[in-house]
Design a protein. Sequence first.
Length: 363
Amino acid sequence: MADFLFVLRPLILVPAWAFYSLGAHTHRIPRAVEHTAIIQSAFWCLSSVLACAYVLNQIFDLESDRLNGKGLFLTRRVFRPRTMLLIALVAFATASLLLRNTHHVQHIPLTAALLLSLIYSLPPLRLCSRPWWDLAANAIGYGGLAYVIGHGALSNDLMPAIMGAVPWVLLVAGTFLHTTILDVEGDAAAGKHTTTVVFGERRSALLSVGFGAAAFALSVAPKLRATKGASWLPAIVTGGALLAFAYAYHRLTRSREMSVAERYAVRARTSSYAVQVPTALVALGAAWRDPWFLILLLPLVAFTHVYNHARFGVSYPGWPSYAKLAQSPVIPSRKPDVRPLTVEPGLRDVSATPAHSMTSEAE
């Protein structure tokens, strides 16, 4: 049964949960039932939407996941592709049912999230393989829609939520670029046209710093203008993330003079920090506003680590080890070309469509 839970990748739901909680707690309403976001139907509707997206992504990104050492539920044959597809359909149906019990102002952003979860991985649009579109989809989906949906739990006016979500959208954009830096060789070898594959690692890292700086500036501005209800929390979170992005860019720039193996290890370690630090800060920010969030988060982190160690022999979640990374094989990078993904025979009926190319450079 644990396989059916963890194939939904619940740990990477945490950022969306955190942004939802931050959005919900922009209101200061003293009723106890509204002090925690995790009992709201929209919270679990959003979780089901994202679970569907994650399972579909594992199915249709099989080749790049195999090259990047990910997607273990399929690459190690824990589940068959048809079973994974059935799990995705159940998650989609659950989200559709929960949608009926949400606040009416949440219907539009939740429906948008539902559609985005499908077109992100499914052909013909397949946004995850389109430069810039993959970046926009993640930034808007996590930092934008999740925050707006949470805000809509107690408000009929979404305009303040849209404005308040902008720094979080920029923060997620900067973080997402480092997730694609980590996977750049495997994505390129699989013909997946992400933003970093086309745009390049160092320029993607620099762009991440730009997104972080913009997020920090927009987070500080309301407090400097003495805007009513403004908090220092967004500035603290985005400021910490900006430091992580700047550090990663500095290390990536200096690593150009190192050997290939050392450069690979430095990149893997520093980009991992640039992903984990903002994620941890956002989660802590949500827990500061909603202590019940920790009751959901801490056991999940512990159980995920135990499960992955027992099932796959990997330490996830965990900090990357430089010594181990330096010994890891490096996938030869090459300019991505447009051709069908090579997939296992069992996937041919549900996957494998040509990657869509664009003229702009990708991750």
